[in-house]
Each structure stands twice: as C-alpha cells, then as structure tokens.
Design a protein around this ligand. Structure first.
Ligand code: MG
Length: 278
C-alpha cells in the first residue's frame, strides 16, 4: 500500500493510493493506522493525487526521529574533508543521534531558512523506515517483521550549528527542518533489505545519486542493536543516513539559498520536493 496523510472533508485522514487516486481509510492519523491490525480501504471517494492536499505521512511524530550518522562510506569521506574535527572517525559502530520534529514539512512545503542563526543550510536525502510494532530484543533475522513501511526524509542540517555545538541535535532540529513524504510505502512492497536508488536535486541539478544498498549499517542491524536495550515503539521513525553529494561535500560547499528547490527521490517511494524559505 501507498499510504498518504491528506485533507479529506476538511480533516486530516489516512488514505491509500491506487491508480493515481487517494482513497480514505477509517483512520484520522497514521499512528493509529500503524497500530491497527488491518487497514481497510473501500476505494470510494478518491481524490487525484495531484489535486489532494498532502501532509507529511506522520505530521507530528510522537518522539524524536532516530537518525544514523555517516552511514554511507563516501558521505563519511566528504564530511571529514569538510570538517575533520567534527566528522573524522574510525567507525566500528553505528552513530546514532536524534532529531526533534515539531511538525514535519509536507511535500511542496517550505524549508525554514533560519537565516538569523545559520548561514550553512544543507540537505540530506534519506530513506526512513517506520517501526510497525513495539520492538524489544529483536533478533537481526526477525527485524524485517517490525518495519511498517518506508518514506523519504530530508534531514535538513545547519552545518555551522551542527559542528559548533559538538552534539548535532540543535543543528538538525530547527523548526521546518524535516520534510517527509510523499507517502509511506508499506514494507510488503519493498524487498528486504531495501536496495533502492536514492537521489537528490537542487534547482534541477543532480547532487546525490546512490543506492540504499550502500548503507554501512542496514535496518536489520539498527533494529537488532537498538532494541537490545531500548524499546522502539510502533510509529518510531528511523532515518538511515544520507549518501555523498550533500552541499558541504563540494570543494566549494554548495549550501542552500533562499528560494532553492530541493528534490529528494527514492525508487518505489516517489519524489519529495520542497522550497527554501525566501
Ligand atoms: Mg542525516
């Protein structure tokens, strides 16, 4: 299923797409849909996807998003070149950090520039997976059963804040820094582990082009490792890191400017386009 959160009869509703139309389910919230045993769709009262007002699939995450840092080797190299002190490290273990999301930015929505506190605004196209049932002590071989589905997340980052404060939390968590969407593709539609082309464009220029198969630590590793000590509740969002090609990775860094269009694309999920606040 391709599940959207969208405006239906004046209210937020979860809908399922078929043939270019979104049809309402009984659920007003994606978190309720995730926790339910079954998502039923009547395939009546459809709205064309391009005409629908679409929100981020989980507009208000219940908890901070769990993020993987430096989870593609080539992105590790470009980050270390940008700032050795902040990013150069041996990496026998996964790097985890969190990202606060006050409200996730909808497809087509605005990335806030926060130009009063940052001059180094950057994009990170990432595959995110959503936990489908509470996970504790999950074995690697069972991890796939705990994934509800996948979406695209742009881990917008203020590089100056990210590096200045050592912990990445503040520089990743500003309001309007988490575009997400356009939909959640349920796990049954994606082979595991996911091997999906992942790309980003700024003003039409291809910046990132990789495949999620190049992840250092895959979703099964992450679920097994974290759930060995912490309960991952249903609805938890995990952003799996970004490949090379972010703005700070260029010899002359290409940070985002007011009015820039940023497109994140992942095979089988779709396209998430947002504009930097002008
Ligand atoms: Mg990231």
């Amino acid at each position: 299923m391709r599940l959207y959160t969208y405006l239906f009869n004046g209210e937020e509703r979860v809908g399922a797409e078929r043939g270019g139309y979104i049809y309402p389910t009984e659920f007003g919230s994606m978190l309720d849909a995730i926790r339910s045993d079954e998502i039923r769709v009547s395939y009546e009262n459809g709205i064309a996807v391009e005409k629908a007002e679409i929100y981020a699939p989980i507009p208000v995450p219940q908890r901070d998003v769990i993020c993987l840092g430096i989870n593609y080797a080539k992105h590790g190299a470009e980050a270390a070149q940008y700032n050795k002190e902040a990013f150069l490290r041996e990496q026998p273990f996964a790097i985890y950090f969190s990202k606060r999301v006050d409200r996730a930015v909808a497809p087509g929505g605005i990335i806030k520039a926060h130009s009063d506190i940052t001059e180094r605004l950057d994009y990170e196209c990432e595959l995110a997976f959503i936990i489908g049932k509470d996970a504790l002590d999950v074995k690697r071989e069972d991890a796939a059963e705990y994934i509800f589905g996948y979406t695209i997340l742009n881990d917008v980052s203020a590089r100056d804040l990210q590096t200045r404060h050592k912990q990445w939390y503040f520089g990743k968590s500003l309001d309007g820094f988490t575009p997400m969407g356009p939909c959640i593709v349920t796990a049954d539609e994606v082979a595991f582990p996911p091997k999906l082309d992942i790309k980003s464009y700024v003003n039409g220029e291809l910046r990132q082009s990789s495949n999620t198969d190049y992840m250092v630590f895959d979703p099964a590793h992450v679920i097994a490792e974290l759930s060995a000590g912490m309960t991952l509740r249903a609805g938890t969002i995990v952003a799996t890191g970004t490949p090379e090609g972010v703005g700070m990775g260029f010899d002359t860094p290409k940070f985002l400017k007011a009015g820039d269009s940023v497109v994140c694309e992942i095979e089988k999920i779709g396209r998430l386009e947002n504009t930097v606040e002008a």
